[in-house]
Design a protein around this ligand. Structure first.
Ligand SMILES: [Zn+2]
Ligand SMILES: [Zn+2]
Length: 376
């Protein structure tokens, strides 16, 4: 695989994929299966669930495209302190069509509906977290491509109440990266509570999450200081409206460069850290201006945010985590994407390319996102 700049998707696209009308459910389908953490990804045929086997509230989705997220790579490699089910079909940015419904699922979706499967696969909607609008923190949360099989396959069973409706005007291909990368940064930037004219630094700005965060910032009137590395990512960030790009491998003093990129040299008002390195978090705490907020969304395994109490107090710094989003935030992000104000930049590859995609991800070579065509 090359590390070329991804194709753009800003041109109007047909919203209906011919495959959206395929409703013959086969006995077997293609899936990418992780047998063990750190092990190879195997592309193989697995049994397709039958409509009769669906439980109450479940839907069977014929997936056509899926995005590939850094989280999938972390899960495969076993980078996190919590372990996924095994064997596992990873993936949590799936876009497709509902082809069968279990009892009661028609309260949420109909057969033929275009839907997305996101990271949060299910939640109870009744616990304290769910009631307070923190569905991802549900006591009974289930996650796609982690605690249940995800979207690196052509058919997936999903809790109908957590499927995201894909608006007309947004192709399934464009919808896929919205379901995790985009929802995550949309929600995180809302939490940052920045206002037009303020500066936001984005660390990991050229990656799957970061390049979408740039677009939300620009859309909201914020001024972007992008931090990442490599020429592909520089070009991508600048083409999306970042005022400054700082290559963290080339700068002699990242903290100073970020501060100087703001008009008065006092540093950005907010920092969204989508980088997969722990060092990015410490840098952000050093360059934020007084009253600034750091919003953490990247999940480097084992990383720790070390914040000096003295500086945190005296500078009125705020430190926030932001973990994906709710059903409502997914709907809002998809609706914004349908207006083309914010669109993922991606390359389309096949399911069989997944091992090579993980390899590129490990090396930090992917600018924007990769979307897999599940029929290739
Ligand atoms: Zn993700
Ligand atoms: Zn709950």
């Amino acid at each position: 695989m090359s590390s070329s700049t991804p194709e753009t998707s800003t041109q109007p696209q047909p919203t209906i994929d011919a495959r959206e009308s395929i409703h013959t459910i086969p006995t077997h389908h293609s899936a990418a299966v992780f047998e063990q953490h750190g092990g190879p990804v195997e592309i193989k045929m697995v049994a397709t669930p039958t409509p009769r086997g669906l439980k109450p509230g479940e839907a069977l989705v014929r997936l056509i495209y899926t995005g590939v997220c850094g989280t999938d790579h972390h899960v495969l490699r076993g980078h996190w302190p919590i372990e996924s089910k095994l064997p596992l079909v990873g993936g949590h940015e799936g876009a497709g069509v509902v082809v069968a419904l279990g009892p009661g699922a028609d309260a949420f979706v109909d057969i033929g509906d275009r839907v997305g499967i996101k990271w949060l696969a299910d939640s109870c909607l009744a616990c304290d977290s769910c009631r307070r609008g923190l569905e991802p923190n549900c006591d009974k949360a289930e996650c796609s491509g982690f605690s249940r099989d995800g979207t690196f396959q052509q058919y997936a069973v999903a809790a109908a109440k957590h499927l995201s409706p894909i608006p007309a005007g947004l192709s399934l291909k464009d919808a896929a990266p919205i379901l995790c990368a985009d929802v995550t940064v949309y929600t995180a930037l809302r939490r940052a509570d920045l206002v037009p004219g303020q500066f936001c630094a984005i660390l990991g700005a050229g990656g799957g999450l970061g390049h979408l965060a740039i677009q939300y910032c620009v859309y909201s009137g914020l001024r972007v200081v992008a931090v990442d590395t490599g020429e592909d990512k520089r070009q991508l960030c600048q083409s999306l409206g970042a005022e400054t790009f700082i290559d963290f491998r080339q700068t002699k003093d990242l903290v100073d460069d970020v501060k100087r990129a703001t008009t008065d040299g006092k540093g950005p008002h907010g920092a969204l850290v989508a980088a997969s390195s722990g060092a990015a978090y410490e840098d952000a705490l050093k360059f934020l201006r007084p009253g600034g907020i750091l919003v953490a969304v990247g999940l480097p395994g084992g990383a720790v945010i070390r914040a000096g109490v003295f500086d945190t107090v005296l500078n009125n710094l705020r430190l926030a985590g932001s973990y994906v989003g709710t059903r409502q935030e997914a709907i809002e992000a998809l609706e914004i994407a349908a207006t083309a104000k914010v669109r993922a930049r991606y390359r389309v590859l096949g399911l069989s390319d997944l091992p090579a995609v993980f390899e590129d991800m490990e090396q930090g070579r992917i600018a924007g996102r990769v979307v897999l065509d599940l029929d290739k």
